[in-house]
Design a protein around this ligand. Structure first.
Ligand code: FES
Length: 214
């Protein structure tokens, strides 16, 4: 499922199942990422530093880069952030440890990931754009929950719990589609069944609707 494209001093890895077609790569570096070409990625068409920069903006984590010349690599940002896309996934950016069934070794270090929150992705815990085909809508109705970070921790651990929410441990600031902070803190549970009346937080509705997810 993951393909690798070698360039000058850098290789690009692409995971088709993680891709939600945000197209930042296509729009910003078309000479490398051209969906009309086969293969659609040609990593020889731009300098390695520029490729690392563009790849690091891929919100879903479908793209990764690997330096083969010892040069600049992507690093996690200093703070962990999450963006609730309008009627769509949570896009996390940070020092992320993801634990879920279906994820490599059930535990995976990441800097970027888009997580399903409509409950219908066929590639859980990742978003696969099913929210669009089912016409899922989300209203972030919960009161903002903002606390100071006190633990000194930097990493964010996200556990996709069986038939339940994302258990989130570690510092995270979460914003809604309008850019407003709806959560800042170090421990919470975020809805991933799509049915909470208190989005983005879990309110237990997953139990009453019989949500099922490994
Ligand atoms: S996961 Fe949606 S209400 Fe708990």
């Amino acid at each position: 499922m993951e393909k690798k494209y070698q360039g000058e001093g850098v290789a690009i890895q692409y995971n088709l199942r993680r891709c939600i077609h945000a197209e930042l790569c296509v729009k910003n570096m078309h000479q490398v990422f051209d969906p009309e070409r086969r293969p659609w990625i040609d990593a020889t068409q731009a300098p390695a530093d520029a490729i690392v920069d563009i790849v690091s903006r891929c919100p879903s984590g479908a793209l990764h880069s690997e330096r083969t010349d010892g040069g600049l690599t992507e690093s996690a940002p200093e703070t962990n952030t999450g963006a609730l896309w309008a009627d769509g996934p949570i896009a996390l950016h940070g020092e992320i440890q993801l634990q879920a069934a279906g994820v490599n070794d059930n535990r995976h270090a990441e800097t970027r990931v888009t997580l399903c929150r409509c409950g219908a992705s066929k590639n859980k815990p990742y978003c696969d754009n099913t929210h669009k085909t089912i016409g899922w809508t989300a209203t972030e109705s919960a009161e903002p929950n903002v606390k100071a970070f006190a633990s000194g921790e930097t990493a964010l651990t996200v556990i996709a719990s069986k038939d339940g929410p994302y258990e989130v441990n570690g510092p995270l600031t979460l914003t809604n589609a309008a850019g407003e902070v709806v959560y800042a803190g170090e421990r919470t549970w975020l809805c991933r069944c799509g049915a909470s009346s208190s989005k983005p937080f879990c309110d237990g509705t997953h139990n009453s609707i019989g949500f099922s997810a490994e």
